[in-house]
Design a binder for this molecule. Structure first.
Ligand code: PRP
Length: 181
C-alpha cells in the first residue's frame, strides 16, 4: 500500500533513524549510569534488534540478559494476560536494571516486569523502549528512555511481528489494515 510495500500503509522509521535514536539513548545511559554496571534486560522477542543497536551505543561497562514474556500471542492486540516463558539467568538483587523493550503499548508487560524485578531486589529499574504508544496505555506507567512516540496504530518490523513474521524488516511500518481486517 505504500509505493514500495503493499504490506504497510505507512513507513514510520527507517534503519537510519532508529540507529540515531539508539545513539542518543546510549549516550544518555552512559551519563546516567557513569561508574555503575547496569544489566540490560532484553525482552524477547521483539526487542532483539533494538537491543543490539542500543548495546553497541553504550560505552560504560554493561551486562546483558534476556527474558521472554508474551502478551500478544501472535495477534494484533494485547491479550491482557502476561506469560513468563523464559526467565533471566542473572541475579538482579542490588543491581541497576534497564529493561529494553521494542514497544510499550498497554503498559501491562512493563508493569509486570517492573514489579518482578523490584520483588527480586533490583536497586533500580528503568526502561529503554524503541516505541511508546501513549494512547494505548491502560495503566499509569512511564518509560525512562523513548526512541519514538507513535499513534494508536498496529506497527510491525524491526523486531515487531505480524503473526510472528516481519520482525526482520529494517524499518517500522504501520501494517496495512486490509491485511488483518
Ligand atoms: C510485545 C512487545 C512488548 C509488549 C508490549 O510483545 O514486544 O513486550 O508486547 O505490549 P503491552 O505494553 O501491551 O504489554 P509480545 O507479547 O507480542 O511478544 P514478542 O515480543 O515475542 O512478539
Amino acid at each position: 500500500m505504500t509505493d514500495t510495500d503493499p504490506r504497510f500503509s505507512k513507513i514510520l522509521h527507517d534503519h537510519r533513524e532508529i540507529k540515531t535514536a539508539a545513539k542518543r539513548i546510549g549516550a544518555q545511559i552512559d551519563r546516567d549510569y557513569a561508574g555503575k554496571t547496569p544489566i540490560l534486560v532484553v525482552v524477547l522477542k521483539g526487542a532483539v534488534m533494538w537491543a543490539g543497536d542500543l548495546f553497541r551505543n553504550i560505552s560504560i561497562d554493561v551486562e546483558m540478559d534476556f527474558i521472554d514474556i508474551a502478551s500478544y500471542h501472535g495477534g494484533i492486540a494485547s491479550s491482557n494476560e502476561i506469560t513468563l516463558r523464559t526467565d533471566l539467568t542473572s541475579d538482579v538483587k542490588d543491581r541497576d536494571v534497564i529493561i529494553v523493550e521494542d514497544i510499550v503499548d498497554t503498559g501491562l508487560s512493563l508493569r509486570y516486569l517492573e514489579s518482578l524485578l523490584s520483588r527480586r531486589g533490583a536497586r533500580s529499574v528503568k526502561t529503554a523502549t524503541m516505541l511508546n504508544k501513549q494512547k494505548g496505555h491502560k495503566v499509569d506507567i512511564r518509560a525512562d528512555y523513548v526512541g519514538f512516540e507513535i499513534d494508536n496504530e498496529f506497527v510491525a518490523g524491526y523486531g515487531l511481528d505480524y503473526q510472528e513474521i516481519w520482525r526482520n524488516l529494517p524499518f517500522i511500518g504501520v501494517v496495512n489494515p486490509d491485511i488483518y481486517s
